[in-house]
Write a protein that binds this ligand. Structure first.
Ligand code: FE2
Length: 374
């Protein structure tokens, strides 16, 4: 059953104060073309670039922003590099979930002291705009958390990146900020990673979903949500559960070749406007059966939006004790059935849409079936 855990230690001293998500960096096969997709379809603005033209010899990186959401797309130029190896194994995927901190050195020391595996010692990078300190620790799979300290830096992104002044014109779609980032881990390892976030990063367990909440005929999973002290960072962790056929989490792990980031949820101002516009621009969303809407108001009560509008765009609704939320999920945004996005508009609700899991997973199963992976 779903269990909501109170944030008990909110008055205790937080050994790892976090200001929010700094950026999400993907390793992709062709960053130039991926950047075009995020600009044209999603309305991100290209703000910075690093590559051969700026003196970086082994990679090309594009920095895209919309409101507080910042993505970095990186492609290796060297087939022998770690980036190329990562891409060969995992396909396009998230390498860094980077967190904005006031003190990257202390963040590294406090987490490593508690058992984190170091990825990069605190390192100072500087250019004419000042300096940053970045450190990094490993998390599930080959995913890494960078700690980015940028209070002494006023450049466009980080040292090594040049501002892009001739970016193409884009139309934003109303993205506000990252709401949560979800990880898929191997069968039986969810509790281990929850414990990592609790012990090493001082996060608290916020919610638990077991397989009775999240199982359809075939696709079962279990999930626990951990959050940092101020609630700015929320990381749900999924693991597959036994079902009649293959769990969607297992499908992900088979194709990603291990644990990794499953989806990034982005909060928007007006989900009807955002999703209407994204659909016009060719972004693909999961299909929800029409009968989902037959009894949705019995389940969620009064909402401000018209059901017909939600139905036309396949937007889902759920309610908890604090309010309601509207959400929708894209199909995977690369050829492997791995990373996808959630668009979410919160109207008070603090939860994650448990009431929609059944409809959603049946929809995912249809896609798995088409791919021959059920
Ligand atoms: Fe989500």
């Amino acid at each position: 059953m779903e269990t909501l855990t109170a944030q008990e230690n909110s008055t205790a001293v937080d050994f790892l104060p976090l200001n929010g998500t700094d950026h999400v960096e993907f390793y992709v096969g062709n960053a130039k073309q991926s950047a075009y997709y995020y600009q044209k379809a999603w309305g991100y603005k290209l703000v910075a670039y690093a590559g051969p033209e700026t003196g970086v010899r082994d990679r090309a990186s594009y920095v895209l922003e919309q409101s507080k959401v910042r993505l970095v797309l990186t492609t290796s130029l060297d087939p022998a590099s770690d980036i190329s190896q990562h891409h060969m194994l995992h396909g396009d995927g998230v390498k860094f979930l980077s967190i904005w901190v006031d003190d990257a050195t202390k963040s590294f020391e406090e987490t490593v002291k508690r058992g984190a595996v170091p990825f990069m010692e605190p390192t100072r990078f500087e250019d004419e705009h000042g300096y940053v300190v970045i450190s990094a620790i490993k998390t599930y799979g080959e995913t890494v958390h960078k700690f980015v300290e940028r209070s002494n830096y006023n450049g466009v992104f980080l040292p090594g990146y040049k501002a892009v002044t001739n970016a193409m014109a884009v139309e934003p779609v109303g993205l506000k900020h990252i709401d949560h980032c979800v990880g898929n881990v191997e069968l039986g390892r969810m509790d281990e990673w929850v414990k990592f976030y609790e012990d090493v990063m001082g996060f608290q367990l916020l919610l638990t979903f077991d397989d009775k909440d999240i199982s359809t005929e075939y696709s079962a999973l279990m999930s626990k949500v951990v959050s940092n002290g101020n609630g700015y960072i929320k990381f749900p962790i999924n693991e597959p559960a036994e079902g009649k056929k293959k769990s969607q989490i297992e499908e992900y792990i088979d194709f990603y070749k291990g644990a990794g980031v499953q989806h990034i949820a982005i909060e928007v101002h007006n989900i009807l406007d955002t999703v209407g516009e994204l659909r016009n621009r060719g972004v693909e969303f999961l299909y929800v059966p029409e009968n989902y809407y037959d009894d949705v108001l019995d389940r969620v009560g009064d909402i401000e939006e018209s059901i017909e509008d939600l139905k036309a765009l396949n937007i889902l609704v759920d309610r908890d004790e604090s309010g309601y939320l509207l959400q929708i999920f894209t199909k995977p945004v690369e050829d492997r059935p791995t990373v996808f996005y959630e668009i979410i508009q919160r109207k008070g609700a603090k939860s994650f849409g448990k009431g929609n899991f059944k409809a959603l997973f049946e929809s995912i199963e249809r896609e798995q079936e088409i791919r021959g992976n059920l």
